[in-house]
Structures are given as C-alpha cells and as structure tokens.
Design a protein around this ligand. Structure first.
Ligand code: HPA
Length: 289
C-alpha cells in the first residue's frame, strides 16, 4: 500500500505528546542526518537522546551508517532536533512512513528543516567529496505515482499550511540557498549547486539510467530526501538541502568501477566535519534573523 493510513494526525499528536514529556525545549531547527553524517548530532550540547525504539510507532533505521536516535539540544545557540538515522523506501517502508517524522518535528515547533544526504555525482564536473547545495529535485517515485501525500489530506495540517495540492517549486528556500553560499565562502568551501534525483533504490543505477538523469538536468543521485522535502513543503517548513558527493556514477561501458556502500560511508565520514561546520554556521545565521 502506498497511501498513508497509519501515520494519521492523531498518531503524530500521540508521538509529539510522548516526546514532550521527555523534552521541554521547543526545537526551532530540524535536521535529518544522511549516511555517515550522524556526527553532526555530536556538536549538539545539553543533549537529550531518545532512541527510535523508545518512541511509540516509530520505525527503525536498518541501514549501516545510520543510527536510530532523535537528538535534542543546543546547536550554536538554537534549539534543534536531529534525526540521527533516516528511513528509506528500499527498507520496505512507504514514502509516507519514511517522511512522517518531518511532521512530528514540525508539530514540535521546528520551522526550518536541514536535510543532508550522501549522493552519487551525475554531473561530470563534480568530484568525490564535493558538497552540493540542493536547489531542486527530480522525484522519481512521485512521478510514478508514489507521493507521500497520496490519500486523505487531513485539513488539520492547514495549521501548518497543508493544502491538498501543495506547490513545491520553492521547496528549497531561496534565501537559505544564498545564505549557505555566503557561509561556504567564509569557510573557503567550493560549494556546488544542483538538482538532486531521488530514486527508489536499493540498486545503484545502470549506465543508461545515469545518462538519462544527466539529460534530464540531474546533478546528483540518491535514495532519500525527496519524500521528506515533499512533506516538509506541505507542512510549511523552510528547507535547506545539502548532498555530499560520495562516489562517481557509471556513465561509460568501459569503466570497471561500481559504487559500493563502503565508499559512501568512508567519504561521508571523511567530509562530515566540513559539512557539519557549514551547518553549524548556518544555524548561527538563523538565530540572528
Ligand atoms: N546512487 C544512488 N544513491 C547513492 C549513491 C549513488 O551513486 N551514492 C550515495 N547514495
């Protein structure tokens, strides 16, 4: 089943109520940590860690390189909630289930979402280790009729926007894109910018698929993020997305290289610190605005 029958408004409220008994602070920023990028949560001070396993109805992250905690605390002067470990459709969850924690974090009070992910480089100019600002996405599951918003549109989400036909043309906040470019300049980070292609996985792409993505204007490819950003747009989050290019993609039948998850994790861990510094500074900017 593709539709979101389980994570109803009442269930989201129940989960929010459970969390609010353990955490009294109201987070302003929600952060989703991608593969090997959970270390960002280590920069959080005055931490309260809630394992997903303790939260009623919460899924578990089954992927190597993903922990399974909600981490609350202070990051550079603002209260944040981090998802240390996310959910992917290839784990057997619907896109709606994968993305529903976005609503939980919104109902907890967060207004800004920062998503990070590991991705393959589709753009031939990109190098392994590059950080790409996500300016837009191609959401292949959506295009194939698998959108996390399929099914009943609970009007109570109107509190947070929540329309039946939400616009997503500005899902990645323009002002945040500009601000992150400034932050990167300050750090001497040569930030890339581009279109993230969200595919279902778990297979990496064929050579023909990568060439198709490039023709369609894609710059990076991954198996996450797009369903989360879709739900975030629906409930009125301002979103910033950052993709770490962890591997090259196949585009030539003569290459022998194939992407492997170990490389994804290795590069993520190698570059995590740089990405974390950018996010840390960006949060400081939000605090001042
Ligand atoms: N393809 C899809 N998802 C990914 C990749 C890739 O090459 N690298 C990291 N996540």
């Amino acid at each position: 089943a593709i539709t979101n029958r389980f994570y109803t408004y009442e269930r989201v409220e129940e989960i929010v109520g459970f969390i609010q008994k353990l955490v009294t602070i109201k987070p302003e920023i929600a952060i989703i940590c991608g593969s090997g990028l959970g270390g960002l949560a280590e920069l959080v001070t005055d931490k309260i860690v809630i394992p997903y396993a303790d939260i009623p109805h919460f899924p578990r992250s089954t992927v190597v390189g993903h922990r399974s905690n909600l981490v609350f605390g202070n990051l550079n002067g603002l209260y944040v909630v981090c998802m240390q470990g996310r959910f992917h459709p290839y784990e057997g969850y619907t896109t709606a289930t994968c993305a529903f924690p976005v609503r939980v974090m919104r109902m907890l009070g967060a207004h800004t979402l920062i998503v990070t992910c590991a991705a393959g480089g589709v753009n031939k100019d990109f190098s392994v280790g590059d950080i790409m600002l996500i300016k837009d996405h191609l959401n292949f599951p959506n295009l194939a009729g698998n959108n996390p918003l399929i099914g009943h549109n609970d009007e109570r989400y109107y509190l947070f926007s929540g329309p039946r036909f939400p616009p997503v043309g500005h899902a990645y906040d323009r002002a945040y894109l500009l601000k992150m470019k400034e932050v990167a300049k300050k750090h001497n980070v040569d930030l890339r910018e581009g279109v993230y292609c969200g595919l279902g996985g778990p297979c990496y792409e064929t050579i023909a698929e990568i060439n198709m993505l490039r023709i369609l204007g894609g710059d990076a490819v991954g198996m996450s993020t797009v369903h989360e950003v879709t739900l975030a747009a629906h409930c009125g989050f301002r979103t910033l997305g950052l993709a770490l290019i962890t591997n090259k993609c196949l585009w030539d039948y003569n290459t022998t290289y194939e992407p492997v998850h170990e490389d994804v994790i290795r590069i993520s861990e190698l570059k995590a610190n740089e990405l974390q510094q950018l996010i840390f500074d960006f949060v400081g900017f939000i605090k001042d605005h």
